[in-house]
Design a protein around this ligand. Sequence first.
Ligand SMILES: Nc1ncnc2c1ncn2[C@@H]1O[C@H](COP(=O)(O)OP(=O)(O)OP(=O)(O)O)[C@@H](O)[C@H]1O
Ligand SMILES: O=C(O)[C@H](O)[C@@H](O)[C@H](O)[C@H](O)CO
Length: 247
Amino acid sequence: MLSYDTPVSVNGQTSSPSGSISASHQSVPSTQTSVRLPTPNLSNGSVSNSVAVSNGSQEMGHHIWLVTGPAGCGKSTVAKYLSNALQLPYIEGDEYHPQANIDKMSAGIPLTDADRWDWLTALREAAIHELDRGNDGVVLTCSALKRKYRDVIRVAPYFTPNLYLHFIYLDAPEELLLQRVLARKNHYMGANMVHSQFEVLERPRADETDVITIDVSRPVEEVMADALKRVRQVMDGIKADSQESAA
Ligand SMILES: Nc1ncnc2c1ncn2[C@@H]1O[C@H](COP(=O)(O)OP(=O)(O)OP(=O)(O)O)[C@@H](O)[C@H]1O
Ligand SMILES: O=C(O)[C@H](O)[C@@H](O)[C@H](O)[C@H](O)CO
C-alpha cells in the first residue's frame, strides 16, 4: 500500500530499502513500491514532466527552486538572494506554518511528521499558485528534512505541465549551524532545536537527481555566488536539451 513513507521515483529510479539504486519500470502507480511520475527526464538538479516546446519562455518551462536544509543553514539568506538575482517571487516557508507549529517550535518541541504534512502540501500549492499567476519560476524555503517530505513536493510536476522542480540543499555540520542560530536574534527557532533537526535529517542521496547540494560552511558571498552559478548551469542544461529536441 502506498504511504508517505514510500519514496517517489526520481528520473525513473527508486531507491531500494538498502539504499542502492534500482531502475523502476512501472508506468502506473504500483500497489507495492513507488509512484512513477510522468516521464521525468532530466538529471543534475531538475526533474520535470515537461515536453519540450519550441518558442518563447515556454521553451524553458517553469521552475520551482526549493531551498532546503536544517534550521540556520541559510535558506532565507540564499533564497532571497536567488529571488533577486533571478527576478522571481520568493516564498518564505516559515510563514506557511500554522500557529500551532510555531508555538511548538517556540517552546522547543520538535515538529512531528503529522505536524508537517499539511504545511508541505500548502507550500507546494503556494509555489504552483505563483506559476499559475504567470511567473516563470518561484524560489521558496522549506526545511524538507526527510526524503518523504521532498517527495510531497515532487508531486507538483504531476499536476502542472512543463514544470521543473529543483531542490537546493544547503549542507553544513551541526556545530556550525548551532553557532549561527545562537548568534541570530529574534527568531522563534532556538539553538535548542538544532540537534533535533539533525536527528531527523536525511541528507539527499545520489538517486535524488533533482538536488543541487551547496556547501554552506563557506562565507555567505561565496555561498550565494555558487548557488546562483549552479542554478544557471541547470537552466543552461535545460535550454540546451530543449533546443536539441526542437532541432
Ligand atoms: N554562509 C554563511 N556564513 C555565515 N553566516 C551565515 C551564512 N548563511 C547564513 N548566515 C547567517 O546565519 C543565520 C541563519 O541564516 P538564515 O536565517 O538564512 O537560515 P535559515 O535556514 O533560513 O534559518 P531557519 O530555517 O531557522 O529560518 C543568519 O543570521 C544568517 O545571517
Ligand atoms: O521542519 C521543521 O522542523 C521546520 O520547518 C523548521 O525547520 C523551521 O520551520 C525552520 O527551520 C525555522 O527555523
